[in-house]
Design a protein. Structure first.
Length: 134
């Protein structure tokens, strides 16, 4: 009896292995299941339930990322990555604009008002969301 059971297990094992090969190949081709909640967490942190940017939280995040003493070029390089623009406003301020989202005739933008010292180092960043339309 043990011999019969042992032979059946060997056959099932070989068949099972043959069935696993296509599954393994599919997983290799499409990738193994994984999770990445980073974007969802950042969105939930910075935006309210209506997907409206929380200016106060975003300003705090920008001040943490570009803290006091950071060279203004670090911030302007960051803005350029997102096709935004920065311009000097007098000797002690920069104003940067980034597009958050948009469609025909409507755009949701972000303005960064940056206070800088004489050494071109950031003193503070204030973020404000604004919309423009036709």
């Amino acid at each position: 009896m043990n011999k019969i059971f042992s032979n059946k297990m060997k056959k099932v094992g070989k068949r099972g292995l043959l069935l696993l090969i296509p599954i393994i190949l599919i997983m290799l081709y499409f990738g193994f299941p994984s999770s990445d909640n980073a974007e969802k967490i950042v969105h939930k942190l910075l935006f309210d339930s209506n997907s409206k940017l929380d200016d106060k939280t975003f300003s705090a995040a920008m001040n943490a990322r570009f803290s006091t003493g950071t060279d203004i070029n670090n911030l302007t390089d960051f803005v350029k990555v997102f096709n935004g623009q920065c311009s000097a406003v007098g000797d002690d301020k920069f104003s940067c604009t980034l597009n958050l989202s948009g469609s025909f005739c409507v755009a949701n933008n972000l303005r960064l008002d940056v206070k800088i010292g004489l050494d071109r180092k950031i003193e503070s960043v204030n973020a404000t969301r604004f919309s423009i339309s036709c």
